[in-house]
Design a protein around this ligand. Structure first.
Ligand code: ZN
Length: 248
């Protein structure tokens, strides 16, 4: 076995320039060690407390894409975000399939008692690019094709029917936005969500994270557009409730 001298070891541990860094499993193990020596050691009380249970208030649903990190961009600590991720941050409507997403939502809403659900898409989403060129996926990635075809069709149809002739970049942006709004509607089909929306115990939020600027845009229902999220949130009003007068 080759014995590493200090210089070689230092070079191996040094973080490569951002953008050129490739995190291998060896790198991850070094990260685990650094986490334990630093962050964990400074937050021992927090981890002891977390070992007895969790009570996050927010369910954060986002894409599996490695470029978005819910805890990093929100600066949330362990125990503060209940996170669900999949390809394209897609939530199948209630009853259409027995999905892991459905089980996760039920657990988060009924079991954990979360108060807000954020569904967060992101710029340059590969899944949304795939949705716009779905025909090319069926041979190469049949499972991704099935997933997008089955659960992304409402978004795809809306975009293709209503935004004909837009250049590719704008079409992708609109697809990312409309996909988020489709998922908000899908979330509202879940009994546990429907009930808590009605009683005002739950809010839904539609966000988009822009990779290149590190900023988040939130859907403002009155303005009917995504606007920069700064100091306050824009929970989505439930049109079925706001359009009906209060019960007598
Ligand atoms: Zn994505």
């Amino acid at each position: 076995m080759k014995i590493l001298n200090d210089k070689v070891l230092d070079d191996q541990l040094a973080l490569p320039e951002f953008g050129k860094r490739i995190m291998s499993v060896t790198g991850l193990i070094q990260g685990l060690s650094a986490f334990h020596d630093n962050y964990f050691n400074h937050h021992r009380e927090l981890f002891e407390q977390l070992s007895t249970g969790q009570s996050p208030e927010v369910l954060f649903i986002t894409c599996s894409d490695s470029r978005i990190d819910p805890c990093l961009i929100t600066q949330a600590q362990p125990g503060e975000l209940f996170v669900m991720r999949n390809v394209g941050n897609i939530i199948p409507a209630y009853g259409t399939v027995d999905s892991a997403e459905g089980a996760g939502i039920e657990y988060a809403v009924q079991g954990v008692g979360i108060k807000d659900i954020i569904i967060c898409g992101h710029s340059h989403c590969g899944a949304m690019k795939g949705l716009l060129q779905i025909g090319t996926l069926s041979e190469q990635m049949p499972l991704v094709y099935d997933w997008l075809k089955r659960h992304g069709e409402a978004t795809r149809r809306l975009v293709l029917d209503n935004y004909v002739g837009l250049e590719a970049k704008k079409l992708l942006k609109i697809t990312i936005e409309q996909n988020i709004l489709t998922q908000i509607r899908n979330l509202e089909t879940y009994p546990s969500i429907r009930s808590k929306l009605h009683s005002g115990q739950l809010n839904l939020h539609a966000w988009i994270y822009e990779i290149e600027s590190g900023t988040v845009f939130a859907y403002h229902a009155e303005l009917r557009q995504f606007i920069l999220l700064e100091n306050r949130s824009f929970p989505l009003p439930d049109p079925l409730i706001t359009s009906v007068s209060a019960p007598i």
